[in-house]
Ligand binder design. Structure first.
Ligand code: 4AD
Ligand code: MG
Length: 438
């Protein structure tokens, strides 16, 4: 027989099924015993009632500890007050293994303790719900690009050169030379765009971030579309449609999880395009007005991202950043509304998407420089070695075209969708400045 999972209860109304899972909680009320079962797909209340279930079941019930493994057989019936709308009238209980005293009780624990027990913490309701939201976002990401005809293009993780500056590189011995863990698949993604027209890179990326914030991991997942012949505006339109698809998918398919997470649904439901598009110069005026002004040329920090979120109440694109704070590969421009220039300009044709409610920059991207001579000069200006980028420069030698792309940080997106306070809860095993275990 097909294995039964709690999430499919609706298809088995009135039928006798077996839940194979773990004891989440149990309680007694006079002669009735309640077993809250967890099978990975959801929770279900199972009711032991004298006369309905075997005598041995009551003996087993007494032995069961939190997280003991059991197989509970019984009949499903509708119970609107119960989670998932169903409960089980138990017929028999079969113990698989009795759990030792479980370190994580249903009361509150400190984060440090929970992080040390991350391998067990992921069984708890909120962590479980957050990671299910993550899985849905991954599914929706792939669906969005695959449906439109993008080709998934996997970039290497071990690389010989930097993409996002040399200050956050992790290095490792690679036989007789040094290799770096990739900071971004973008440069390889650009080669894919010239071969396939539209591609997306999706995989783990690494940054030796010394900052201890609620938005920074040292290992995080990034999805990076890259499209030949797209300009900066096309790039923002793609990002907008992409975010809308993710939000709609999470709302449609993870309603129960969002409820467990107590996420304010009206906030997510209102995430619809078009998103405001403002230049960095305009953003500075908004920041000034809100009392968190910064001098021209400085990057945004958390207070500035929060202020922009408050101003617009929805995700906002900031474009035309100061070239001086951007990576070597950006196309540049002299004016915010002018065309791109062949050479160095004041602005980089970048676009960052800032999420509301302080979740920060979730997309970073822009239009790429397409001239081989300009790129060579930039590589030198940024203190990089030209020979490391010879293959990248070839893209500008053989059929160079305008092209654009961006990177979406998966964990920040999961944090935003699920309302998580810190990105450490949005990935099974977060890697941070002081976190390498479990
Ligand atoms: O803005 P970033 O650095 O852009 C790039 O790496 C480009 N090469 C991407 C591209 O154009 N293909 O990073 C992109 C996104 C950020 O907006 C943020 O969401 C996420 O990656 N991100 C991080 N997420 C968690 N922890 C960190 N340390 C992150 N650094 C960046
Ligand atoms: Mg960025």
């Amino acid at each position: 027989m097909e294995r039964f999972y709690i999430q499919d209860a609706g298809k088995f109304d009135g039928q006798t099924v077996t839940i194979k899972g773990w004891v989440y909680n149990k309680r007694s009320s006079g002669k009735i015993k309640f077993l809250i079962m967890r099978d990975g797909s959801g929770l279900m209340q199972c009711v032991l009632f004298k006369g309905e279930c075997t005598e041995e079941s009551f003996v087993e019930f007494e032995k069961l500890t939190q997280e003991s493994a059991v197989e509970v057989t019984g009949k499903l019936r509708k119970e609107p007050r119960s989670m998932g709308g169903y409960e089980m009238g138990v017929q028999s209980v079969k113990t698989v293994s009795i759990a030792e005293p479980y370190p994580i009780s249903l009361k509150d624990h400190g984060v440090e303790f929970l992080m040390e027990n991350r391998h067990l913490w992921i069984r708890s309701q909120k962590q479980w719900a957050t990671l299910r939201v993550r899985a849905e976002i991954i599914r929706a990401i792939q669906e969005f690009f695959d449906k439109q005809g993008f080709i998934r293009f996997d970039a290497p993780i071990l690389t010989p050169s930097a993409c996002e500056g040399t200050s956050t590189l992790f290095s490792t011995a690679y036989f007789d030379e040094k290799a770096f863990l990739t900071q971004s698949g973008q440069l390889y993604g650009e080669t894919g765009a010239m071969a396939f027209g539209r591609i997306y890179v999706f995989g783990p990326t690494f940054r030796a971030e010394k900052s201890k914030t609620r938005k920074h991991l040292t290992e995080f997942w990034m999805v990076e579309p890259e499209v030949a012949f797209n300009d900066l505006n096309d790039n923002m339109t793609l990002g907008e449609q992409f975010i809308e698809h993710i939000v709609q998918s999470v709302l449609a398919n993870r309603g129960a999880e969002l409820k467990i997470l107590e996420r304010d649904l009206t906030k997510l439901e209102s995430i619809k395009g078009p998103f405001p598009r403002i230049s960095y110069d305009e953003a500075l005026k908004v920041l000034e007005k809100r009392g968190v002004g910064i001098p021209w040329g400085e990057d945004f920090g958390a207070p500035h991202e929060t202020a922009l979120g408050e101003e617009f109440g929805k995700p906002v694109f900031v474009h035309h950043m100061p070239a001086q704070i951007k990576a070597f590969y950006f196309k540049q421009s002299d004016a915010v509304d002018g065309p791109g220039v062949t050479g160095n300009g004041k602005y980089a044709l970048g676009c960052d998407l800032i999420a509301p409610d302080g979740y920060g920059e979730i997309i970073g991207g822009g239009q790429r420089e397409e001239s081989v001579d300009v790129l060579k000069r930039r590589i030198a200006e940024h203190g990089l070695k030209e020979s490391d980028y010879s293959w990248y420069l070839d893209l500008r030698r053989y059929g160079s075209v305008p092209h654009s792309g961006f990177g979406l940080g998966l964990e920040r997106t999961v944090a935003w969708m699920s309302g998580a306070e810190h990105v450490r809860e949005t990935v099974p095993y977060p890697r941070m400045l002081q976190t390498l275990r479990p």
